[in-house]
Design a protein around this ligand. Structure first.
Ligand code: SAM
Length: 246
């Protein structure tokens, strides 16, 4: 059937592709891929030879008009990213918005995403969670990002690049309090998958010692009522001095 299919692909383990994703990718008119070489490997692995077109951060806007025209003409277009679910810190959100605004069909084909995979294995509350995207690249902006979330009761979920992991953990401990619980979900679905759990300060110590390697999702327990004022959640035991020292 015609429409824009938003197709999730694995975040590591190829077995996480879904049967439906394979069928959609096989029968689509074309596949829009963040990196055509990367996606070609995936499709080849599954014996799929659908034409690939590049669709990434830098050509997203130019390609949009072309894709919308093809959708209007009844094409079935599959959108994928390098890993996981498109439009979640990956290209696609603007294209989906444009297609939706025209009333063109948009069909999600759900599957792997590091956000949910990390959350469900973190051991932190799942009843409410807030996906916050990547931690800001610079310390000042990152501290503001954490400060704005200090009173948030939902479990906080961030993507963090390995080179900013230590600095991000340090800022989180300083702003949210060193005793707040967190989980680092590392290399999900891959050979070196790890769910590391502890407090923010323990995370700083641990990952300073061993060095941050691999892909990470950082999950931080939500604040409790009054946490923002106290500067630290879970009771006012942590004083100003501790926060400065952290
Ligand atoms: N759209 C993707 C998704 O749905 O998961 C996320 C793309 S984002 C550009 C890439 C970031 O996601 C990485 O820097 C890392 O924080 C996280 N990530 C992706 N795969 C991961 C994995 N296997 N284990 C842990 N984190 C992962």
């Amino acid at each position: 059937a015609p429409g824009l299919y938003v197709v999730s692909t694995p975040i590591g383990n190829l077995e996480d592709i879904t049967l439906r994703a394979l069928r959609v990718l096989r029968s689509a008119t074309l596949v829009l891929a963040e990196d055509t070489r990367h996606t070609r490997q995936l499709l080849t692995h599954f014996g799929i030879s659908t034409p690939l077109h590049s669709f990434h951060q830098h050509n997203e806007r130019q390609k949009e008009a072309l894709v919308l025209r093809q959708l209007r003409q009844g094409a079935a277009i599959a959108l994928v990213s390098d890993a996981g679910t498109p439009a979640i810190n990956d290209p696609g959100a603007d294209l989906v918005a444009a297609a939706a605004a025209e009333g063109l069909p948009v069909i999600p084909v759900p599957g792997a995403s590091a956000v949910l995979a990390g959350l469900v294995a973190s051991g932190l509350p799942t009843r409410q969670f807030l996906y916050c995207g990547f931690t800001a690249p610079k310390s000042g902006a990152r501290q503001k990002q954490f400060a704005a979330l200090a009173a948030q009761e939902a479990t906080l979920i961030f993507y963090v690049s390995p080179h900013s992991l230590l600095a991000a953990l340090g800022d989180a401990a300083a702003v949210l309090g060193p005793g707040r619980r967190c989980c680092l979900a590392r290399e999900l679905t891959k050979r070196h998958e790890e769910l590391w759990r502890g407090t923010l300060q323990e995370a700083v110590d641990e990952f300073t010692e061993r060095g941050p390697r691999g892909e990470f999702v950082l999950l931080i327990e939500g604040g409790t009522a009054g946490a923002a004022a106290a500067g630290a959640p879970g009771g006012g035991e942590v004083g100003e001095a501790d926060i400065v020292a952290a």
